[in-house]
Design a protein around this ligand. Structure first.
Ligand code: CP
Length: 307
């Protein structure tokens, strides 16, 4: 197929064919990443700016390294230390950066919908690196890539997404991607952290972690996003959350022996996952991070319009 999209904003708008196309393109970059010389000339002369209005370690560094591996020039922009602190708007900031001759803007922003607004106001390509509680498409793509790699495919698997579904852009993008590629998806957590009517996205709701362990081939353990809960408590105590939904070595025995354990990071160690599970043989957390590089190289090459 031919890639015809200018931007990568969310997985809701992508077809199964487009998602598969990105994953297959990432396969060739994964091979590049194993070579002694990991750099290719795909984006020589192109300029990519990482605009991060919200904190990030993995996504920011991964996009930065992906752009450098593709031989692009890379600009870094963050909220602190720039004229945003003097009151300049996101759109004014972006237009000024674009005037320097930028080809791709990678945006992380705390407001849901910000990448769509940016795409309407600039002529270059825009990639969503996580917007509010809405979408995080490249995280979901690297999750899909990792599941496909570890399990040999996605269709027919049962994937549990556990925890803070309500505040999670990772959950939303994963749900779109997994259901489009034919997985059965269970969202697992307390009623207070699962949005009403989420079944309309094609998922099953489960409030029983032991049931989810029996059913699932893959568990994606989400971070409890304390910073997004506006000071309210969605569960009586962290101790109770751990008891009900935390994955410990003991509880893991109730799951399938080949259960794959994922987490988008950053991990609240000892809450979603005990350290032994996070670092154990069934965890693919660092593999996810490694695969993110190949996936983001594929995305940047495609939106830059380079074949
Ligand atoms: N998974 C993820 O988005 O991590 P960062 O916030 O560190 O980028």
């Amino acid at each position: 197929m031919l890639w015809t999209r200018k931007h990568l904003l969310g997985l809701q708008e992508l077809s199964a064919g487009e998602i598969t196309f990105i994953l297959e393109r990432a396969d060739s970059f994964k091979e590049v990443c194993t070579r002694p010389n990991k750099k290719v000339p795909a984006l020589v002369g192109r300029t990519i700016v990482n605009m991060f209005f919200e904190n990030s370690t993995r996504t920011n560094l991964s996009f930065q390294l992906a752009a450098r591996r593709l031989s692009a020039d890379v600009l870094m922009f963050s909220k602190t230390g720039t004229s945003v602190a003097k009151g300049e708007t996101m759109v004014d900031t972006a237009r000024n950066i674009e005037a320097m001759g930028v080809d791709v803007m990678v945006l992380r922003h705390g407001s849901s919908g910000a990448p769509w607004k940016l795409a309407k106001n600039v002529s270059c390509a825009v990639v969503n690196a996580g917007d509010g509680q809405h979408e995080h498409p490249t995280q979901a793509l690297l999750d899909l890539y990792t599941i496909r790699e570890v399990r040999g495919g996605i269709a027919g698997l049962t994937v549990g997404i556990v925890g803070d579904i309500a505040h999670s852009r990772v959950a939303r993008s994963n749900i779109w991607g997994l259901t489009k590629l034919g997985a059965r998806v269970m969202v697992v957590g307390p009623t207070t952290l699962i949005p009403r009517e989420i079944e309309k996205m094609g998922v099953e709701v489960c409030h029983d972690m032991d049931l989810a362990l029996r059913e699932c081939d893959v568990l994606n353990m989400l971070r409890i996003q304390f910073e997004r809960q506006g000071g309210g408590n969605p569960f009586p105590s962290i101790r109770e959350y751990k008891h009900m939904f935390g994955l410990t070595r003991e509880r893991l025995k109730k799951g399938k022996p080949d259960l794959t354990i994922m987490h988008p990071g950053p991990v609240n160690r000892g809450i979603e996952l005990s350290p032994e599970v996070a670092d154990g043989s069934q965890s693919v957390i660092l593999r996810q991070v490694g695969n993110g590089l190949a996936v983001r190289m594929a995305v940047l090459q495609l939106v830059a319009g380079v074949e």
